[in-house]
Write a protein that binds this ligand. Structure first.
Ligand code: SF4
Length: 323
């Protein structure tokens, strides 16, 4: 049984205007996304900023209410669970945020930031046990037990992200949604945090949904990847296969912008014209057609479905057909 099953998930936000907050339009942030995640698997979710990947990650954890579709976690439909019922399950799915500066309360010591999760879920029977568990968690992410008495501002960005990871680990989750966890860090620190996440996954067997705009980072950590564009998955499959032979023109452009990636051949840089269109008024037909270098007439009117074009490989493009 998959750990997580996402079925035709949609997330739309109303755009309001005026003092009466009248709804004027809808932002179609996530459109008809489906996938499964196995226990202990790391699945990548990539795309440009504004493609809906963070909204999707938050909706899966029910931090944002989905508009339609189903979220099935360990065989249980949690899409409409009440806040009370959801609280007990929250322990099993956690999030690591992009910004290690704003995601930690500056008034709390590291001991209290990590210990808070233990308290909420009543995971330790005494103060002594809480202190011991906080020390163990700090050490598991490469910090020292003495750091429990100190405050976030005393640490570097990479160290703060380690605190965020320790906080997520405190409740022994089955799934962690990692939302661009290294993009705010210096390049030299990024590899350390990625390696830490990888080591922790091997030790503890958690699953990751790893959100990033950087295919090279995802390739290091994940076996499979979903490529998103304007709220939809446009390509999905084994990341090494996708790196070697990207099928969708958008994936080809994303990969061409990666300076170093573990692929066999060098590619020419593909510069996409224009910006990502507004998700309030997505283009008709293929959502990528205004920027696609090989668009045909029908791309402007017919939206391509995401279809399996070779075993385990899915693509949404009229010009990519099964092999
Ligand atoms: Fe480009 Fe058409 Fe394929 Fe869309 S369907 S990616 S516009 S070729």
């Amino acid at each position: 049984m998959p750990l997580l099953e996402i079925q035709s998930l949609q997330v739309h936000f109303p755009v309001t205007q005026g003092v009466l907050a009248q709804k004027r339009a809808w932002v179609r942030a996530v459109e008809d996304v489906s996938f499964t995640l196995e226990p202990g698997e790391a699945l990548g979710l990539v795309g440009e900023s504004g493609c809906g990947k963070t909204t999707l990650g938050r909706a899966i954890l029910r931090l944002i209410e989905p508009t339609a579709g189903r979220i099935v976690f360990k065989g249980e439909d949690i899409t409409h669970l009440s806040a009370n019922s959801l609280r007990a399950r929250r322990r099993e799915f956690q999030m690591i945020f992009q910004d290690p500066y704003s995601s930690l309360d500056p008034r709390m010591t590291l001991g209290d930031i990590i210990g808070e999760a233990l308290d909420i879920h009543r995971l330790v029977p005494s103060t002594i046990a809480r202190t011991a568990r906080v020390s163990e968690l700090l050490e598991s992410v490469g910090l020292e037990r003495a750091h429990a008495q100190r405050y976030p501002h005393e640490f570097s960005g990479g160290q703060r992200q380690r605190v965020g990871i320790a906080r997520a680990l405190a409740v022994e989750p089955k799934l962690i949604v990692c939302d661009e966890p290294v993009s705010a860090l210096d390049v030299s620190i990024q590899a350390q945090v990625i390696n830490l996440l990888q080591d922790l996954q091997h030790e503890r067997g958690m699953a990751y949904l790893f959100i990033s705009h950087d295919l090279a980072v995802v390739e290091h950590l994940c076996r499979r990847v979903l490529v998103m564009y304007l709220g939809r998955v446009v390509e999905a499959g084994e990341i090494r296969e996708i790196c070697r032979t990207p099928h969708h023109p958008y994936t080809q452009a994303l990969l061409s912008a990666v300076p170093v990636v573990d692929c066999d051949s060098k590619r020419q840089r593909i510069v996409l014209k224009g910006d990502v269109p507004s998700p309030i008024h997505p283009p008709n037909g293929c959502p990528f057609h205004p920027r696609c270098p090989i668009a045909e007439a029908r791309c402007r009117t017919e939206r391509p479905e995401l279809v399996e074009t070779s075993p385990g490989r899915w693509t949404a493009c009229h010009l990519v057909r099964g092999q």
